[in-house]
Design a protein around this ligand. Sequence first.
Ligand code: S3P
Length: 462
Amino acid sequence: MSDSIALQKAKRIKGEITVPPDKSMSHRAIMFASLAKGKSTLKNFLMAEDPISTMNAMRMLGIEIEQRAKGKGQKVTSELVIYGKGLYGLKEPFDVIDCGNSGTTVRLLSGILAGNPFFSALTGDDSLKQRPMARVISPLKEMGAEISARDNNKYLPMAVMGKRLRAINYIMPVASAQVKSCLILAGLYADGVTEITEPQRSRDHTERMLRAMGADIEIEGRVIRVQGFKGSLLGSPRRVRLSADESPEATRVQELNPFDITVPADFSSAAFFIAASLLVPNSEVLIKDVCINPTRTGMIEVIKNMSGDIALENIRNMSGEPVADICCKSVGGLKAVKINEDIMPSLIDEFPIICVLATQAKGITEIRGAGELRVKESDRIRAMAEGLRKMGAEVEEYKDGLSIKGNTKLKGASVDSYGDHRIAMAFSVAALIASRTTTIKGISSVNISFPGFFELLKRLTK
Ligand code: S3P
């Protein structure tokens, strides 16, 4: 089967849609439910390649997961029942755990495995094997973990021998929710209080979910403190005293509580349709039930600064996260903006599609402080600069970002996604406003986060 698609200019896009469930929340829900003691139900779980890597990993670690597929045709969502075995209930895997393309799987899992008393080995696909792992390995080693990895502990494959961990104070050199979450999870297994300081606030789904499960996590600005569960690697978790108002003899094993969750739609997937409706003339799209956690929605601020028409309707709470229906219209007249490192973590995955918006905004849009984009599923700065130039845009590339001259008429070209789902989807949106035909290579990657993306695009552009 061909791994490319040819797309044409669209007349308009119109409709009411739902996009797939949140990827970050799906990963976390499955991992954390596995660590809880008892049965959890996950509704609207994202059945895409990345979270499936996490599901397979948890099964290899001995967790029973029942899967009930939902929906017709493209089965993008599923209901899962997870029988969690407690913080120390995982078993030694029989084989190497393959995390596929998923950085979230490997980085969060390494924090869990570091505190579990068995041997495990982790690897991934060619992209994941080139992504930096020292950022989790070195703080975990500081906590007492025994880990070794390829090329002097920089890259996968990685071998972990779980140990009793000690709490540390760690100042993170880069904002990363994956690194932060890894250390929070390791902190649950550590003696004492682990303190993590981020340079900028990254997505906080881990903190929200674990706190709702009963973990003792304190957040003060950019500082996160996690109280370890005082488990013992030598046997079952140590029994601790209950609070003063209960019988002084009473003891309990501290564990995470199981939960039921409905995963809202992923803002990062919605972003492509938000941008498409702003760019294609005569368009209007309503995207239902989207998670609008403020650590994820920097793109909304950017669009407002660009004078784009975006509105949040029906704001409410779903499973401990704010959600809304997002309504976007094309009104033209977008203006260039400056984006810097302060806002970057809240729009990190939207960088490719914001670059496409920038090609149509009057003036020069400059994006700096985005060095992390070079070590994502692909080098996203290079991939966007290369493809947009081929489509006729004027792009200047920097080490930590790029600038794009706006109000450019894009022309169809042959562009490469470098096997990166978000690059493939960003160029698909660019194709909707380009003259002639745009051919995008490496489109099967959309199954990482958004199975059914092209079908939905086709339906809306009809
Ligand atoms: C994610 C965190 C971000 C993001 C990734 C998902 C997560 O990565 O880019 O797609 O679920 O924690 P970093 O932690 O590397 O910034």
